[in-house]
Design a protein around this ligand. Sequence first.
Ligand SMILES: [Mn+2]
Length: 419
Amino acid sequence: MTQKIEQAYALAKEQYAAIGVDTEKAMKVLAGIPISLHCWQGDDVGGFENAGSLDGGIAATGNYPGKASTPAELRADLECALSFIPGTHRLNLHAFYAEMNGKKVDRNELGPEQFQNWFAWCKEQGLGFDFNPTYFSHPKASDGLTLSHQDEGIRKFWVEHGIACRKIGEAAGKFLGTTCMTNFWIPDGMKDTPVDRLAPRKRLEKSLDEIFSVKIDKNCDRDAVESKLFGIGCESYTVGSHEFYLGYATKNQIAFTLDTGHYHPTETITDKISSSLMFVPELMLHVSRGVRWDSDHVVTLTDDLKAISEEIVRNDLFDKVHIGLDYFDASINRIAAWAIGVRAMLKSLLIALLEPVTELKACETSGDYTSRLALLEEQKSMPFAAVWDYYCEQKGAPVGRAWLAAAKKYEADVLSERA
Ligand SMILES: [Mn+2]
């Protein structure tokens, strides 16, 4: 521990103690919050099926050299990113990152055997495992419809994929001893105004009912459903809209996923956290940063991000809110993209954990909105960075900008050697 970091922390600790905030406790809570690290930032949502280009209304822009193209490369890159991130976290994997070992296994036939290397790697790295069925970049999804498809054969195929994925999640949860969150997002929608908005939604409900009717161990795997506003090529209608899935999750008491990029450009998810949790048992967050649209920019320490963390911390929702990231920027070093996003997420949580919540709530309860506003404003210039640096140092993660030089070195030594 360098002396300067210790001295800065000691001063910050005193300053926070003076307003009734325990920095040691804040760091202890932070260390217990895992962030689910999305594998798909590492290869621009490519997957390992070599099925062709990315579709499903999502797009990664940029062509930065050195992206991972094998499971071994992706895991090595994740290990590099994780070395820049303090704490113990989770892997969020999509089904099309399966390892076939020379066999041809279609998505409806996937099983835990195609994910053994991922499971073992998570165990070795001390990571939890979250999972996602992949309802895009596949010939049977080429017309933009999957679980809501009018063709019974195609719909059934995707139902089978969903069931297979829940079993994979269950196997992962059992193997790793930590519950897997399996998140369902489908791209289904239409480019132009549909005549019948109802029938596809009825088919989607039927498909989900069929998928979730298969019994799995809830201690090992739990289901989450993710809504969306629109995608590229399906601007006019999305079958799995916000209202559809909030209703479905409420009716069936499963987790609801809030993706920060899946709402209107001026709409944030902050206020949806407490209101959804009135009626659904838990939430999965897909934290992203949309710029003008669902552009999936790297998460940074914005006011929006801080507001999300404040909601979680002020209401003590650590057991009910699962935090995952969901973005993909192909225009910069992909490992740096992970490090920047996860570090920003953790910083926002720490900032929230360093708030004098009891005092702020007392101001509000007593109607002293002057003090509420004044204290929130003063809070912004408290020395959270000294606590963050100390936390990183304690956890053996790089302090401040130090990680960037290590990322550049990995780029020069490893990424630049890739075809
Ligand atoms: Mn998402």
